[in-house]
Design a protein around this ligand. Structure first.
Ligand code: PGA
Ligand code: ZN
Length: 421
């Protein structure tokens, strides 16, 4: 197609204001850019991002990752054909030599990998989703949209990281966005009416004072009804518990300080099961800690496959952990984050392996985001079915929702139905 003639990389700031890596890949007639996202509630088993660890930006600078791109990755990648995504990704991973890409840095490698994909699609003058699609691109993914935030994204709030709504009754993407927007505004109105300020957390979700996890579910339910919809028919709920981040390994306990309780794993399971009986909860992400395989399996046995049991920190977009989930039955759905695995090829292979094994997939943004829209194209290209971007607020989120509007104008805006009933 065309040879990569140059690579440039530099440090920019993400949606939390933290440094991250931006990469540009040049060919004779086209170029492509990618900016790397970053998590706050990262899993222990994720690919490792490289940070400087110096006083600058309290250790979070990425000058060393930028230097690794310019000095070590550029010589490997320049001169190759820009369409050789897989070969380029494999060459960078082989050069790194570690499973978690900790030598060069997963943020450095993903930066180049993403920019190569954009340069190739620009060189062909083809939209990224069409360039990436193995065959025909898929449908527009159903969004699960953050409305209330807690955990590490809203320090000091309740422990559960995300309370989201899933517009299961929507047939088009336009309907899906409008329904979620209505609910988000209704929840905002309630928060204001109760005398609180509608301030938002890292992903744009509201984080009003709440006394308990049940308070959050009730607020969501009220919001859905206030907006004129029927909970469980028009919109259902999803949660990202992100339980690893309040699990105390020494005590083998889940520390729910907001309700003054320390729960052993079986009590935690009982709580989760109870939420599914009390509320129209259709998707549960990371309800248990990232290595608590035994209890994930127990929970899945109890819930069956009427609810989506979604592994994020459990799976970290990793083939080996996916295989273990397949063998053990620990979950039935896979969250997909490109920067957990470190390359575009790794992300694609994981989505395809998950689908072959019968799992549903949710492509996900990170809490530290940028104006990059790659995940929207990836989700369509590989028919992921669902996408999780954050709330309908803040431009680093909206740029991705809006990219899906753009794609829906080309592809039709029928949205993928929710896969669990
Ligand atoms: P993170 O949160 O980007 O902070 O890890 C997103 C998630 O846990 O799904
Ligand atoms: Zn998560």
């Amino acid at each position: 197609m065309s040879e990569i003639s140059a690579i440039d990389a530099w440090e920019v700031l993400d949606s939390r204001g933290h440094p991250t890596v931006c990469v540009a890949v040049e060919t004779a007639h086209a170029s492509g850019r990618f900016t790397v996202p970053a998590g706050a509630s990262t899993g222990t088993h994720e690919a490792v991002e490289r940070r400087d660890g110096t006083a600058r930006y309290r250790g979070r600078g990425v000058r060393s990752a930028v230097a690794a791109i310019n000095d070590e990755l550029a010589p490997i990648v320049v001169g190759r054909d820009v369409s050789e995504q897989r070969t380029i990704d494999e060459a960078m991973c082989a050069y790194d030599g570690t499973e978690t890409l900790s030598e060069v840095g997963a943020n450095a490698i993903l930066g180049v990998s993403g920019a190569v994909a954009h340069a190739a699609s620009n060189a062909l003058d083809t939209p990224l989703y069409r360039y990436l699609a193995p065959d025909e691109p898929g449908r527009i993914p159903l969004p699960m949209v953050n409305v209330l935030s807690g955990g590490l994204h809203a320090e000091g709030g309740i422990e559960i990281q995300d309370f989201l709504v899933v517009p299961i009754g929507a047939e088009t993407y336009d309907d899906a966005l409008r329904m979620v927007w209505d609910v988000r505004q209704a929840v905002r109105d309630r928060i204001v009416k109760e005398g609180h300020r509608p301030l938002v957390a890292d992903e744009g979700g509201f984080s009003p004072p709440m006394n308990s996890i049940d308070d959050a579910f009730v607020l969501l339910e009220t919001g859905v009804r206030d907006a004129g919809y029927e909970p469980g028919t028009d919109l259902s709920f999803a949660i990202d518990v992100a339980a690893t981040h309040f699990y105390d390994e020494d005590q083998d306990a889940y520390e729910l300080e907001s309700i003054g309780k320390s729960l052993c794993p079986t009590e935690m399971i009982d709580h989760v099961v109870e939420w599914t009986t009390r509320y129209p909860l259709v998707s549960i992400e990371d309800p248990l800690a990232e290595d608590d395989w035994e209890h994930w399996i127990q929970l899945h046995d109890k819930l069956g496959d009427t609810v989506q049991l979604l592994g994020d920190d459990l799976l970290v977009t990793d083939q080996k952990r996916l295989e273990r989930v397949r063998e053990t039955g620990a979950a039935n759905a896979v969250l997909v984050k490109p920067n957990q695995t470190g390359t575009i090829t790794g992300t694609i292979e994981l989505i395809q392996a998950a689908h072959r094994a019968g799992f549903s997939t949710v492509v996900s943004a990170r809490s530290g985001e940028t104006s990059d829209t790659t995940i929207a194209d990836l989700a369509v290209a590989f028919d992921a079915g669902q996408i999780k971007i954050g709330s309908l607020a803040r431009s680093e989120r909206l740029v991705k929702y809006n990219r899906l509007i753009e794609i829906s104008r080309e592809r039709g805006d029928e949205v993928t139905p929710f896969p669990f009933h």
